[in-house]
Design a protein around this ligand. Structure first.
Ligand SMILES: Cc1ncc(COP(=O)(O)O)c(C=O)c1O
Length: 383
């Protein structure tokens, strides 16, 4: 039995893996202790669970468990990285290099920091969303303290040349932060090999719970000097005060363990379904084109433009599939995606673009249905 609407918005969020839920449940009830309670069994039990989760997260990204700082999500991790480092380095060093295709959780932090005296360089990516490491290197100045470039784009899936950017950041003694929210769990990420100093990730993008994320902070670099943005009980070695949310952390840990185990299988499976969906739509629907890099791209996402169609009507008409326009929806109007505009699409074409993102629970019949459904809807709109 097929359930409608069919969920094709895994880049927005994923359903919780049942094994994750099962791991979390005892920590809401039986094992309710506060890991900061050092003097009794309740606290020890909670601390033990946190230690295991830290190891599970660290293993997935090849970090050391003590470099894992739990936050409320990638938004907080990005805020902590950029604001925390700016506070440490300014006023001597105040320059950040980033991209206009970043998530708002980077761009809006940069706008905030600009008001406090930061200088921000937004490098222009090419039409596939890629930035060349050479362009990044050229933008480095004596007052640059940070390069912040996302691992993989949430709307178009383009994967940046992270290892090369990491190497040149190291060569120039500049810190390198990557928002890897969409990459971790979908492609292999190695903070050591790729010379990443700080990395943001989020639980709900890898079949874990919402409201929990991580900032990886390289203990061997200057990243460790970032200034905490939350003052209080000096939890997590002072990086982020606040009682640890044990059930969510346990869930995130379990999600990372599963992701590590299943990564290759899920990547292959989603890529196969994504390719079928993409080719089916391109073949059957005239005026369609793909946005983003064709090869260097997340395996699960396809962003497709439907030329000549009204984007708002298109999205409204897709009642039986849950997809996204990749645009910020406000009550009054749909703003064209800043990512698509940054890679050169007109407002009209950006608005007439749809992000399809599949996941490990997407089935073959979901894809077969969607190809025919999209064709039918587009034809009806063209009448
Ligand atoms: C690239 C990227 N960064 C940051 C975020 C924000 O993550 P969170 O929901 O954990 O705050 C998202 C989620 O949409 C994302 O895709």
């Amino acid at each position: 039995m097929m359930k409608y609407p069919i969920y094709l918005d895994y880049n927005a969020t994923c359903p919780l893996d049942e094994r994750v839920l099962k791991a979390m449940l005892p920590y809401f009830s039986e094992h309710f202790g506060n890991p900061a309670s050092r003097s009794h069994l309740f606290g020890w039990k909670a601390q033990e669970a946190i230690d295991i989760a830290r190891e599970q997260v660290a293993e997935l990204i090849h970090a050391n468990p003590k470099e894992i700082v739990f936050t409320s999500g990638a938004t907080e991790s990005n805020n902590l990285a950029l604001k925390g480092l700016f506070e440490h380095f300014s006023p001597e060093k105040n320059h950040i290099i980033t991209l206009p295709t970043e998530h708002k959780a980077i761009l809006d932090v940069c706008l905030h920091l600009e008001k406090l005296g930061a200088e921000i360089t937004l490098l222009q990516p090419d039409s596939s969303g890629m930035i060349s490491p050479e362009a990044v290197e050229k933008a480095i100045r004596p007052n640059t303290f940070l390069i912040s470039i996302m691992y993989a784009n949430n709307e178009i899936g383009t994967i940046q040349d992270i290892a090369k950017i990491g190497a040149l950041a190291k060569k120039h003694n500049v810190l390198f932060h990557t928002d890897a929210t969409q990459a971790v769990g979908k492609v292999s990420v190695d903070v050591r090999e790729e010379n990443i100093d700080l990395l943001s990730m989020s639980g709900h993008k890898l079949y874990g719970p919402k409201g929990i994320g991580v900032l990886y902070v390289n203990a061997k670099s200057d990243a460790k000097n970032l200034v905490a943005q939350m003052d209080g009980g000096r939890h997590q070695r002072g990086f982020r005060s606040g009682t640890l949310n044990v059930p969510l952390i346990v869930g995130l840990g379990k999600a990372c363990e599963i992701a590590q185990f299943e990564l290759k299988k899920v990547a292959k499976q989603t890529e196969n379904l994504r390719n079928q969906l993409e080719q089916g739509i391109l073949q059957h629907v005239a005026g369609t084109s793909i946005n983003g890099h064709i090869e260097k791209r997340l395996p699960n996402v396809s962003n497709i433009s439907f030329e000549g169609l009204d984007g708002e009507r298109l999205l409204d008409s897709f009642k039986e599939i849950a997809v996204s326009s990749g645009s910020a929806c406000t009550s009054a109007s749909i703003e064209p995606s800043h990512v698509l505009k940054s890679i050169g699409l007109s407002d009209e074409l950006a608005q007439a673009s749809i992000r399809f993102s599949v996941g490990k629970y997407t089935t073959q019949s979901d894809i077969d249905f969607t190809i025919h459904y999209v064709k039918e809807i587009v034809e009806s709109l063209k009448l």
